[in-house]
Write a protein that binds this ligand. Sequence first.
Ligand code: GDP
Length: 222
Amino acid sequence: MIKEKPIPFYLANEMTSNQVKAGHKFFSQNTEFIKGIKSASDIPSGDYVEVCFSGRSNVGKSSLINNLTGRNSIARTSKTPGRTREINFFLIDNNKFLVDLPGYGFAKASSKERNQWITLVRDYFFQSQNLRRVFLLIDSRHGVKSSDINLMRLLGEAAVIFQVVFTKYDKVKDQEFKEVLASSFDKMACHANAYPEILVTSSRKKHGIEMLRATISELFSS
Ligand code: GDP
C-alpha cells in the first residue's frame, strides 16, 4: 500500500515591505457589496476572478472581511442576521470578487436548512471557474471540527484549494494554541487540496490582517 505523505503545514510569519504595500494598495481600491444569492442560478455572470471565505457560524468571518476591507460594516456581523443564509458577493475594482459563504455548523439548523446550505455551496464550488482559493476560517480556541472536515471534503470533490486562517487568536494562550494547531494539522493532513501555509489572525487586535491582505493581493495578481 502506498502511504500518502502528510502535508508539511507551517505558519506564515514573514512578509517583505513590498508585499505589505501591495496588500494595502489592493484593499484601498473601491469595494462594494453587489448581491446576496440563495440559488446558484443567481451567481453573477462575467469574467470575474474571486476568492472566497468560509467557516462555521460565529467564527469571526464578517469581522475579518470588515477588517480586510477597512469598512466597519460591509459584511454584517452575527448580531444583525439577514444576509447570513446567502452567498454574498463583494466587488473590488470592478473585476474581482470577495465571496462570503453562509456560515455552517450551528446546532439549531434544521436538516432542511443544512441540505439547502450544501446544495447552494456545492453548486457554487462547481460553477465558479475563476475561484482562486477558499479561505477556511477556524476559531483558534476550537480547532478543526467535523463540520470543517465536511467542507474540506466538498472542496476536494470540486478540486478547489483551501487555506486555513485561524481567527480570534487574541482569545487563546500559547500552549492551548499549540495543541489546537497539532490536532488541526492532523485532521487536515489527508486533504491534498489544503494549502500548506497557515495564517493566524485576530480582528480585535488587528493581528495577521496585513499578511492576509498581502496573500489575497498576490492571488489576484498571479
Ligand atoms: P461570523 O458569524 O463568522 O460572521 O462572525 P462575526 O464576525 O459576526 O463574529 C462573531 C462574534 O465573534 C462577534 O461577537 C465578534 O465581535 C466576535 N469576534 C470576531 N472576531 C474576533 C476576534 O478577532 N477576537 C475576539 N475576541 N472576538 C471576535
